[in-house]
Design a binder for this molecule. Structure first.
Ligand SMILES: NC(=O)c1ccc[n+]([C@@H]2O[C@H](COP(=O)([O-])OP(=O)(O)OC[C@H]3O[C@@H](n4cnc5c(N)ncnc54)[C@H](O)[C@@H]3O)[C@@H](O)[C@H]2O)c1
Length: 467
């Protein structure tokens, strides 16, 4: 503390100097609140106060070393929600540039619809702000590399909102697998089923509500008439703004896969499916299956939104199949189901007392031996993971270290998700050259790695000099 105080020379800390000082990270949350005056807190701007942004606003505002300086949303009533959560004096705006121009803001939290994630992150980095950006990282593959380049160029800390990485239960499950206790992993399965019958209806295009800045909401996406099924919350199922459950859930679940397995990219991806049943004007599949060829193991994703059955009882999750057993991992925790040791020669022989003559006969063997330990951990707490993830971001703002959910790994996961959707749309298997970030031998599919930004945002992109 003494050393930090000396930097300003008047016994007080300059907020930016203080934030930059890595030595300060040793302080606990409780001591931060005693130490910080209003001027020494990390100034945060919240962009997008929806389902997710409201949780982030609550969590960031509750941190003793944070001052939420501004709340921005294209829909006015949500600015009010944000301001109410923060309490006191806070900037409210529709246009995020007001927050980027504000010198009291050190970092922004981006919880808008997906089509804004990349551009907002890059503009914030260029404005000197650190960034917490919600998942999925991108709308299309190329945006990820652009974001990495801009974050590096402006030396910004970027945390991606895959908060499972901050969950101690996820970290323990990862350790179990990395210690080899599940043996060699041969396959992973990601299943999510729920029943949204009959769908979201078919409202006509209409004038946007006067409280909504529809042009700003659309941002870099193509000009379209307002439709409630394209806008708040529903954007998830429209290709112009999102990638359906493949990117919405896949960025979380394939992050668990690629993070646990230390894998950067698939070799190939094939996906099939469609919006087979739900009767509405949404676009992304209500039924999608994906087969991923990872180096040394296979991945299967199953996303169903018009059938659930028994699979609908849980919130889905990822299952790892290893040569010593199986592990299911989800927000609630994880469970290891060990495989029984059995003499392979006895396996078939046991049926109807073995072969009559000549083939293997049942082998007498102990029945209570297993290849690995049983383990059950139900300590998962999704709400705490959000807070822990925010804390990791705040610590990294001070230490300038890489946050736990770094932008490179998030780009790698988002890429796998986008490749699956490209495969679905072109109707064939995609072979991926991860080094060149190109699809092998498929011009039509390669063209889908990028999309144009609409005026005037195309100019902003050009100014960032990433393309
Ligand atoms: N990490 C998680 O567990 C988790 C959970 C839910 C949602 N999410 C992600 O959070 C994001 C938001 O999801 P949601 O359900 O809150 O959506 P939402 O539509 O309810 O909220 C998004 C808000 O952003 C506002 N907005 C859009 N563009 C804006 C802009 N340029 N400037 C200011 N405000 C803008 C909208 O008006 C809206 O209020 C999505 O990308 C989603 O994938 C993450």
């Amino acid at each position: 503390m003494r050393q930090l105080s000396a930097e300003r020379g008047d016994g007080k800390l300059n907020r930016r100097t203080f934030i930059k000082a890595g030595a300060a990270t040793a302080l606990t949350a409780a001591s931060w609140s005693r130490v910080y005056g209003a001027n020494e807190r990390i100034g945060i701007g919240m962009i997008g106060i929806g389902l997710m942004g409201r949780i982030h606003t609550r969590n960031f505002a509750a941190q003793p070393d944070v001052s939420v300086v501004g709340v921005c949303d294209t829909y006015d009533p949500r600015q009010e929600v944000g301001a109410r959560i923060v309490g006191g004096n806070v900037i409210r705006c529709r246009d995020f540039r007001r927050l980027l121009d504000n010198k009291d803001i050190d970092a922004v939290v981006i919880s808008t619809s997906d089509h804004w994630h990349a551009l907002l992150t890059m503009l914030a980095c260029a404005a000197g702000k650190d960034v917490y950006v919600e998942k999925p990282l991108t709308l299309f593959v190329r945006e990820g590399r652009w974001m990495i380049d801009v974050a590096k160029r402006y030396k910004r800390v970027v945390q991606v909102g895959v908060q499972n990485r901050s969950g101690p239960n996820f970290q323990r499950a990862r350790q179990f697998i990395q210690d080899g206790k599940l043996g060699q992993i041969l396959a992973v399965q990601d299943t999510y089923c729920r029943n949204l019958m009959p769908g979201f209806g078919n409202p006509p295009d209409q004038d946007p509500p006067k409280e909504l800045d529809w042009d700003m909401w659309l941002g870099p996406a193509p000009q379209r008439a307002y439709n409630p099924n394209r806008a708040i919350y529903h954007f998830r199922w429209i290709w112009d703004y999102a990638g359906g459950q493949m990117t919405n859930l896949g960025q979380h679940s394939l992050d668990i896969v690629q993070w646990f397995m230390n894998v950067d990219a698939p070799k190939s991806v094939y996906s099939t499916g469609g919006r087979f049943y739900l009767k509405d004007n949404m676009e992304t599949p209500d039924n999608q299956d994906v087969l991923i060829d990872y180096p040394g193991f296979t991945g299967i994703c199953q996303y169903r939104e018009a059938t659930a059955g028994r699979a609908g009882l849980g919130m889905g999750g990822v299952t790892f199949f290893g040569t010593r057993g199986m592990m299911s991992v989800g927000r609630g925790g994880y469970e290891v189901f060990p495989d029984r040791k059995a003499d392979p020669f006895g396996a078939m022989a046991r049926i109807l007392d073995g072969h009559p003559v000549g083939g293997p006969q049942p082998v007498d063997e102990p029945r209570d031996q297993f290849w690995t330990e049983k383990e059950k951990d139900d300590s998962g707490d999704g709400q705490k993971d959000y807070v822990q993830h925010a804390r990791d971001f705040l610590e990294c703002i001070r230490s300038r270290k890489q946050p736990v959910a770094d932008i490179e790994s998030a780009h790698a996961v988002a890429t796998t998700c986008h490749l699956a959707n490209i495969s679905l749309l072109v109707g064939r298997k995609i072979t991926w050259d991860a080094r060149k970030e190109q699809i092998v031998g498929d011009r039509e599919a390669n063209e889908m790695l990028t999309r144009p930004y609409r005026k005037p945002w195309d100019k902003e992109l050009r100014n960032l000099k990433v393309t």
